[in-house]
Design a protein around this ligand. Structure first.
Ligand code: DCP
Ligand code: CA
Ligand code: CA
Length: 354
């Protein structure tokens, strides 16, 4: 049986880590973002502060009592937003099936991915590494066969974690899982479960679908599935796409004209395939070239109409690459993309049909 490969990524102590990154004097210290000694609530606590029991949503007066040296820091939403966009860009390099849940986390479906990688674990490591390189921050990853499991997994090895639940481990994992770890089980549900003597996934499994529905309503049907390790919810990408592109970095620099052109044509073919599969068309071809010394150049050319045909993309790329071939420098990265995409929302005809 083939399974989906789902990764859930969540940044560690997100707001607090960003503040410690940008203020070295706070590194290694207990800090809280939000509130002050007198009023407000803690939005995020650094790991050093958590040792004292300080956590998100705690009244900050209480936090100051628990940890007298706690440093209160004002939030900078614009910076968190920026980091959030940076990590999303990284996700989109791997797959288009990215479903952000909040600024600091997202589900990725990497069953099919832009690199054709087979190992989701490997990809999770690559994503974490790239997040670290780009933002100097750590993220934790959960890898498994569905959203329910991936989300639980990302929380089990924090910070800087990678937790994998393999298909053949799912059953035992869920049976042993305390119900408070089930996503969606809040305080009230937990109390009710305790009254019913339900403590683990195994206990849930002993109840019929009907019994679960009687006790928990619609949520009961969800519980019936997830305590069996099943979750059919798909990763739902929601973003307006601005461009679609592919790039490759090479272990050995491309030196000859023939080599560069062949590689470029393979990329054009893959790009066109990807575009056609997703019914995306655009007006502008973008070419990116990085030399061995990391100098990076981009070129673009637009046509009047929308297209995604391989031969059109290839002809434009051939034209754009020419100046780089003449330089004689080794090329370590090539990228091709399409932008100025066809936007359904701006098509009056499509708007009228529904
Ligand atoms: N946040 C908030 N108010 C809350 C919870 C969170 O403002 N009640 C903000 C601050 C967090 C960010 O959202 O940094 C992400 O929330 P998480 O729940 O993912 O918690 P952290 O990233 O802070 O910590 P963890 O390492 O446990 O994920
Ligand atoms: Ca987080
Ligand atoms: Ca989060």
């Amino acid at each position: 049986m083939s399974h989906r490969k789902i990764i859930h990524i969540d940044m560690d102590a997100f707001f607090a880590s960003v503040e410690q990154r940008d203020h070295p004097e706070w590194q290694g210290k207990p800090i809280a973002v939000g509130g002050n000694k007198e009023r407000g609530v803690v939005a995020a606590a650094s790991y050093e502060a958590r040792k004292y029991g300080v956590h998100s949503a705690m009244p900050s007066r209480r936090a100051a009592q628990l940890c007298p040296d706690l440093i209160f820091v004002k939030h900078r939403f614009d910076v968190y937003k920026e980091v959030s966009l940076q990590i999303r860009d990284i996700f989109y390099q791997f797959t288009d099936l990215v479903e952000p849940l909040s600024l600091d986390e997202a589900y990725l479906d990497v069953t099919e991915n832009k690199y054709g990688y087979k190992s989701a674990i490997n990809m999770a490591m690559k994503i974490k590494k790239q997040i670290k390189e780009t933002t100097q921050l750590t993220a934790s990853a959960g890898v498994s066969i569905n959203k329910f499991l991936a989300k639980i997994a990302s929380d089990l090895d924090k910070p800087d974690g990678l937790y994998v639940i393999m298909p053949d481990e799912v059953e035992q994992f869920v049976e042993e899982l305390p119900v408070k770890k089930f996503y969606g089980v809040g305080k009230a549900t937990l109390a009710k479960m305790e009254r019913l003597n339900i403590h683990t996934g195994k206990d849930l499994k002993n109840l019929s679908k009907l019994e679960l529905a009687q006790h928990f309503g619609k949520f009961g049907t969800y519980l019936y599935d997830v305590c069996r390790g099943m979750d059919h919810r798909t990763v739902k990408p929601h973003r307006e796409r601005k461009s679609y592109s592919l790039e490759r970095t090479f272990d050995q620099d491309l030196e000859t004209r023939e080599n560069v052109l062949n590689t470029l044509h393979v990329l054009c073919n893959k790009l066109s395939e990807g575009l056609q599969k997703r019914s995306i068309k655009g007006k502008t071809v973008n070419l990116k070239v990085r030399y061995a010394d990391f100098t990076t150049m981009t070129r673009a050319k637009s046509l009047n109409g929308y297209f995604n045909d391989e031969d059109i993309i290839r002809n434009i790329c051939d034209e754009l690459i020419e100046e780089f071939l003449e330089s004689g420098n080794g090329i370590r990265l090539l990228g091709v993309g399409l932008s100025n995409l066809y936007d359904n929302d701006s098509d009056p005809q499509l708007k009228l049909k529904f």
